[in-house]
Design a protein around this ligand. Structure first.
Ligand SMILES: [Zn+2]
Length: 151
């Protein structure tokens, strides 16, 4: 996976998925922000805090609950929308339709997940969440295949 700083020519490239906030919506952007942004939901003091809060929320709440099968009624409405978009992104990564994530922070080609706390951009946390989903789906498929074989 590449993580790229967006530039003009990237917007029309189908294998690059922009994951920042937009003028009209949060989409896959970080709901926490250290600067004023109309689309952010929460304001914090530093970028590190924004990244830490995002990791905590996305990995320990949204993705964890989804994998555990917690009904989405337990989520806020905007969280359900966010989860839905993460699932779409993870499916696109799984099928190689998306090869790069675009944001505004830093370009890293052939990005491999780093330990928690060392991320420079929320896209790295988002990518790790997608890998967790892909892993979860693979395990589910394996269980289903075993079940079919035993029937
Ligand atoms: Zn970023």
């Amino acid at each position: 996976m590449n993580i790229l700083v967006m530039k003009d020519s990237f917007w029309d490239e189908p294998t690059i998925r922009y994951v920042g906030r937009t003028r009209t919506g949060l989409r896959l952007g970080n709901p926490w922000c250290e600067k004023y942004s109309r689309q952010a939901r929460y304001f914090v003091e530093t970028k590190q805090e924004a990244i830490d809060n995002y990791r905590e929320w996305l990995h320990k709440k949204i993705i964890k609950d989804y994998i555990l099968g917690v009904p989405t009624i337990a989520f806020d409405k905007w969280e359900v929308g966010y989860l839905t978009q993460v699932i779409v992104l993870a499916r696109d990564i799984q099928s190689n339709r998306v090869l790069s994530l675009g944001c505004w922070c830093v370009t890293t080609l052939n990005y491999e997940p780093v330990p928690d706390g060392q991320e420079k951009c929320h896209a790295e946390i988002l990518y790790k969440a997608c890998l967790q989903l892909i892993d979860h789906w693979k395990k589910q498929d394996l269980l289903a295949a075993r079940k079919n074989a035993n029937e």
